[in-house]
Design a protein around this ligand. Structure first.
Ligand code: S3P
Length: 172
């Protein structure tokens, strides 16, 4: 059984769309952590934040990261904040290769603005300056990736092929 491929990165770097296509191409199963948390709790991430707060979301995220450490052959799209708890990364790294997706602040802004209102940590009138500050505050956490891939202004297919090329010696 092969290791999981774990995609990390800031909101809007393409983890879900790249992950889905990567899994399809590698004939692996795809799991999106936010969608799985929604399935488990029975409510959208936005509502979970609003009703029970970020702490509750982070504890669901941690429980799930630990569960996923027992599974194999998955492409996992994490939520952008999974890296904030080092325990999560220890668990996911246990049986996974960590791939960091990156994009410029402007590209991230464009992407998160396209999905206005769907991310609890992004306010509706978010500015480029806000994104830059947020990225700076998290930079060191995203540095834990085994590999990094730049996704901005690239087709999903190109990013997926780059990841496959990077991992070719590590995939079974
Ligand atoms: C978060 C990112 C979101 C989601 C939650 C918190 C974060 O996922 O997990 O809103 O802290 O960066 P995406 O990265 O898929 O937007």
């Amino acid at each position: 059984m092969g290791k999981n491929i774990v995609l990390i990165g800031f909101m809007g770097t393409g983890k879900s769309s790249v992950g889905w296509r990567l899994a399809q191409k590698l004939k692996m199963n795809f799991l999106d952590m936010d969608r799985e948390i929604e399935r488990i709790t029975g409510m959208p991430v936005n509502e979970l934040f609003r009703r029970y707060g970020e702490t509750r979301f982070r504890s669901e995220e941690k429980l799930l990261a630990n569960k996923l450490a027992q599974r194999n052959d998955l492409v996992i799209a994490t939520g952008g904040g999974v890296v904030l708890q080092t325990d999560n990364m220890d668990a996911l790294r246990n049986n996974g290769i960590i791939v960091g997706l990156e994009a410029s602040p402007q590209e991230i802004l464009d992407r998160v603005q396209r999905k206005k209102g769907s991310r609890p940590l992004i306010k509706k009138d978010v500015t480029l300056e806000d994104i830059k500050e947020f990225l700076d505050a998290r930079k060191e956490f995203y540095d834990c990736a085994d590999f990094k891939v730049y996704t901005g202004k690239k087709e999903i297919e190109t990013v997926v092929d780059e990841i496959i090329e990077l991992l070719k010696d590590r995939l079974d």
